[in-house]
Every structure is written in C-alpha cells, then in structure tokens.
Ligand binder design. Structure first.
Ligand code: EPZ
Length: 416
C-alpha cells in the first residue's frame, strides 16, 4: 500500500457494519432453528472466512457482500473446525460456544488473529465448564462436550469480550438460567444480545457487568442488521484530525465514540455529532495528551495504535498505557523509521512530538498496527510503503477507496 502524505482529508464517508459484532453474530446463526438473515455486514476477510467455516460445517450460506447473508443452519451436522480455518481469524473460537449451544459438542483449533499478547482462553473454558461441559485442550485442539448443557453462574477473573460472547452463545439454548458476572459491556456484546433476542432468546443485562440468559428450546427466524463499526469510525476520526482536515463520518453511533471524542477535543481538535454522524475538524496542531486503554466505555485498546500515530506530532510528550494486551506497541518501532520519537517500557509508551513524519517503507504486524501506519502515512511528508496490508483488510472494508474519496493519495501495488 503506497501513501503520499501531507494532504488534508475533506468530505464525508459512510462506515460499514462492525467487524467485532459480525464475527460474533454470524456464528450465532447456528443457534437458530430456521434460516435467518444478517444485514449491514462489512465485506472483510474475517467475514468471508466465517462463510467458509459455516459451509464446512454443512450450513447453507447465501452471502451477497454489501447486501445480506442468509444462513440455513439446519443441514449443519459437522461440529469440528479444521486447523487452517481456525487459524484464519481470532473469532473462530466463537464456533465453540455456538456449536456447544447447538449440538452439545465442538472442536476448534487454537485461533489465529493478531499477535498482541498471549491471549489465553481459560475464561472461555471456565464458562463452558460452568454450563456442564467437559473441556480439553490437547494437540492445539480445543474440544468441548456436554451431555447435558445446563445454565450456571460464571464469574470472569477479568473482563473478557470473547469470553462473555462465547458463554452467551453456549447459554442461549442451555437448560435453565446462566448469569455472567464481570461481563464485558462493549457495543458488540449488546448487539449480539439483541440479535439473540430477535430470534426469541431471553438475554437480559447486556451492556452491564451482569448478564442473565434464560435458555430457550427453539429460536425462530430473524432478519437483523449489525451495528456500525466503532473502531473503523474511530480510525477515520483520527485520520481526519491527523491530516488537519474536516470530515463527516456518516452511519455511526456517536455515543460509542465518546472516549475518543473526548481525547480529540483535549488535543485541540473540533468534534461535533448528530444522531448518526460525527464531524471532526482540526488545524493539524495538537496538544500532547495521556491515554490509558480500558474496557468499554473507557478508551478502546483497538484505537490505541491509530491514536499513537496522531500523537507523534502533538506538541509535547504523550504517555500511552496499554492495560489490556501485553504486546500492542509493535507499530511504534515501524513509526520510528518515519521519524517518530518513542520510548517503550513494558506496557507504557512515551511519545515525544516531532515537527513532522517522513515517508518510509514499513511493515504491518497486526490489524490495528496497520491502521496506525495508514494514519502515519497520511500525515508524513513524502511516500510511505506499507507492506502486508492484508492485515488491514481483516478489519477495514475498502480502506483505500474511503480515504481516496476524502482526498488521500493512496493506492496498492504488488510488491516485487
Ligand atoms: C476482542 O478480543 C476483540 N476481537 C479485540 O479486537 C479487542 O481488542 C478485544 O476484544 C478487547 O476489546 C474480537 O472481538 C474478534 P478479551 P478478545 O478476551 O476477545 C485476557 C481487533 O483489533 N484474557 O477481551 O480476544 C486477554 O489475554 C481485535 O479488532 C484471558 O486472560 O479480547 C487480554 O489480555 C484485536 N483469558 C484481556 O483478557 C481469557 O480467557 C482482554 O481480552 C480471555 C481473555
């Protein structure tokens, strides 16, 4: 991906449906006892991987990118996801909860996904065990099996989005009531609850730290549109500020963006919103600030990386604390090649503002690191070559087209 920076982004752009909600809602279709339809899905590689996985399980999937996905799970007899498919995305582990809920058994290999820490799944397995499932992890495979899936109480040791979602999937049809304590409150947890309830499930309290699920025998058809992508919205907001531009982001949910909006205002950018749009304006001069990633509604860890690109030219020194994942600063090494001045000590990075960045060849190490390098490339003087942009395609639909429509000079070529 080649970006010639120094151009301001101006105009309006529409965000897509959410990646992290889509990868939870698509496996949840396996719990339905009839065909169901999901709309507003982003056309990203994680979604396409899940289409292949559902088909490999025997489900009938009719996917029209940008329009809808209809899943008829009734023919699905298989309960195992192969190694290669499991590795294609982090969220392959949601097939554990969905297949456990559907047929009482599942086998998935340890998932792929971004290398941003060890990312164990002990809490997921603890949750399944609380519902009466036997769990086993040998040979890189995770096997869960329950003769009789019954509701139970789950108290998570730490707030885990994946763990919360996986237990919701398994509990939706378990016999009895499941209560999840210390649950994640992210918007995509609420979106999954709303989808399950649209099929007749009984999920209460999503969005709070205690979620109650009364298992149901039968889940009926539903047509459901997933919420817009909170992290794509945030990435575009950051890019607008980083280029000193004036951008309106349409089709988003401003209340999901409050932590980022507050930080952009603190830096000196202008942020205003209506019910489904946010406008970000900036003159390109920003104050240094401090960021500490937190679970929702705190500052999202997924926006820490793109935000750190913006901080490289803020006036003063910014302190960034990454409290969720152990290794989420690899993008900073890449940005030092562009002239950024950073120092990392464990989970804390200090970023001292420099007058400007310079284009350089850099490499994506994970999805949001890629997003950070795109923001840095838009800011930099000269041309930045971003290698392995396929990481970016996992979570952003048509990122070049969107940025080009706002005035960016960005294109893709095949590296020799
Ligand atoms: C989800 O990852 C997202 N991925 C991540 O987005 C996001 O960064 C993260 O939630 C936090 O919001 C998807 O939704 C597919 P966690 P997940 O379980 O579920 C530890 C992106 O860029 N933990 O909330 O893996 C874990 O190691 C991706 O879109 C355990 O120790 O995150 C981490 O330190 C990157 N044991 C912390 O909890 C467990 O069993 C939070 O992880 C589970 C988690």
């Amino acid at each position: 991906m080649l970006i010639t920076g120094g151009r301001t982004l101006e105009g309006s752009v529409r965000v897509c449906g959410g990646k992290n909600t889509a990868v939870a809602v698509i496996p949840a279709t396996l719990l339905c006892d009839e065909p169901c339809t999901i709309e507003n899905l982003p056309d990203i590689s994680d979604v396409r991987a899940l289409v292949d996985i559902l088909r490999s399980l025997g489900a009938k999937v009719d996917y029209v990118p940008g329009a809808f996905m209809t899943v008829d799970p009734r023919p699905a007899e298989v309960c195992k996801v192969g190694y290669a498919d499991s590795q294609r995305l982090r969220a392959s582990y949601y097939l554990l909860g969905a297949l456990l809920g559907r047929r009482g058994e599942a086998q998935v290999y340890h998932p792929g996904g971004c290398e941003i820490g060890s990312r164990p799944i002990d809490q997921h397995l603890k949750g399944f065990a609380a519902l009466g499932a036997e769990t086993e992890t040998t040979g890189g495979r995770i096997t869960v099996k329950a003769e009789n899936l019954v509701g139970g109480d789950v108290f998570f040791d730490m707030v885990t989005v994946g763990g919360t979602i996986n237990v919701m999937l398994a509990a939706a049809k378990a016999k009895g009531t499941t209560i999840i304590y210390n649950a994640a409150k992210e918007p995509h947890v609420v979106d999954l609850a709303n989808f399950l309830n649209s099929m007749g499930a009984k999920v209460k309290g999503a969005g709070t730290d205690t979620i109650r699920i009364r298992g149901q025998e039968y889940l009926h058809t539903s047509t459901y549109a997933v919420i817009p992508d909170q992290i794509e919205t945030g990435t575009l907001m950051i890019a607008a500020a980083a280029t000193g531009g004036d951008v309106v982001i349409n089709g988003c949910i401003p209340t999901h963006m409050e932590a980022l909006s507050a930080k952009l205002l603190e830096m000196g950018a202008k942020v205003s919103d209506s019910d489904d749009a946010i406008r970000v304006r900036s003159l390109g001069v920003h104050r240094a600030i401090n960021i500490k990633t937190q679970v929702y509604p705190g500052f999202p860890t997924d926006l820490q990386q793109p935000m750190s690109a913006l901080l490289t030219t803020a006036r003063g020194t910014s302190i960034v604390q990454e409290t969720i994942f152990e290794h989420r600063f690899k993008h900073l090494d890449e940005m030092t090649r562009m002239g950024a001045k950073v120092r990392v000590e464990g989970r804390t990075a200090s970023i001292t503002g420099v007058p400007e960045l310079f284009g350089a060849p850099v490499t994506c190490t994970d999805l949001r690191a890629g997003a950070a390098l795109v923001v840095a490339g838009l800011m930099a003087h000269g041309t930045t070559e971003i290698y392995h942009p396929e990481y970016i395609d996992r979570g952003y639909e048509q990122i070049e087209q969107k940025l080009r429509s706002l005035g960016a000079d960005i294109r893709r070529e095949t590296a020799d």
